[in-house]
Ligand binder design. Structure first.
Ligand code: HPA
Length: 270
């Protein structure tokens, strides 16, 4: 695995002069940030040795090298989901490659179902903590001591300084940012009403099918993480209606400009 990480990182580093400082994972319907990147190089996942290939509609699968306000970034347009059948190691492989390339900060975005009754569809939530309900963990197995410790600390999964900066950006730009706990679950089913209720009781504000594995692996390697989620549907009792992937994509696309603004500003202030 270590060899694979190094081989892929070397391959990518050889494709471009750019030395990215920030890694960005763009979730469902949130690929529009790409238009804010001054693109230097774009590589399809299929071209990258050892890279998994994304299968879900709405995840186009490209690595984008470029700059945002002159800050060098590497953006993943499309991520790998556990529900697609990838192992936790495959889902998180790109994050390990990012770290190997010298990236110290990870920004992740996603779409989620709202559990907090104060949220409405289209809201943007800065993730301040998470609950792992995947029933799996990417760090199970022999620990790679070169990457991080056997028992990684998770007391600050999402970097407090980055959260504070994002909230400041929200205030300055009149963007209402919620802050809350994201619970990650395997999917691919959306939740039953009883499951939404359970996740609320457990202490979560939003539920989704990604992000948790990537952040675990990033924290293992001591990367600073920032997560942001668009509430695309409601899991609040009394407000639950039928939900489809298309609707999730649509709402995400509508709320995206605000999220893009926050990420763009945040990158400049890291
Ligand atoms: N549940 C799980 N994942 C999601 C949801 C949801 O309601 N909305 C978007 N991703």
């Amino acid at each position: 695995m270590l060899e694979r990480i190094k081989t892929t990182a070397d391959y990518l580093s050889n494709q471009t002069e750019l030395k990215p400082l920030v890694g960005i994972i763009l979730g469902t319907g949130l690929g529009g940030l790409v238009s804010e990147i001054d693109i230097k190089q774009s590589i399809s996942y299929e071209e990258i040795p050892d890279f998994p290939v994304s299968t879900v509609e709405g995840h186009s699968g490209r690595l984008i090298f470029g700059t945002i306000n002159n800050i060098p970034v590497l953006a993943m347009q499309g991520r790998f989901h556990y529900y697609e059948g990838y192992s936790m190691q495959e889902v998180t492989f790109p994050v390990r490659v990012m770290k190997q390339m010298g990236i110290e900060t990870l920004i992740v975005s996603n779409a989620s179902g709202g559990l907090n009754p104060d949220y409405v569809v289209g809201d943007i939530m800065v993730i301040n903590d998470h609950i792992n309900m995947f029933g799996d963990n990417p760090l199970i197995g022999k620990n790679m001591n070169e990457l991080g410790p056997r028992f990684p600390d998770m007391s600050e999964p999402y970097n407090n300084a980055l959260i504070a900066k994002a909230m400041e950006i929200g205030r300055e730009n009149d963007i209402d940012l919620k802050q809350g706990v994201y619970v990650g679950t395997t999917g691919p089913t959306f939740e039953t009403p009883a499951e939404y209720k359970m996740f609320r009781v457990l202490g979560a504000d939003a539920v989704g099918m990604s992000t948790v594995p990537e952040v675990i692996v990033a924290r293992h390697m001591d990367m600073n993480c920032f997560g942001i989620s668009i509430i695309t549907d409601s899991g609040v009792p009394g407000q639950i209606v039928e939900v489809s992937h298309e609707e999730v994509q649509e709402v995400a696309a509508t709320a995206e400009p605000k999220m893009t603004k926050v990420i763009k500003e945040l990158v400049s202030r890291i």
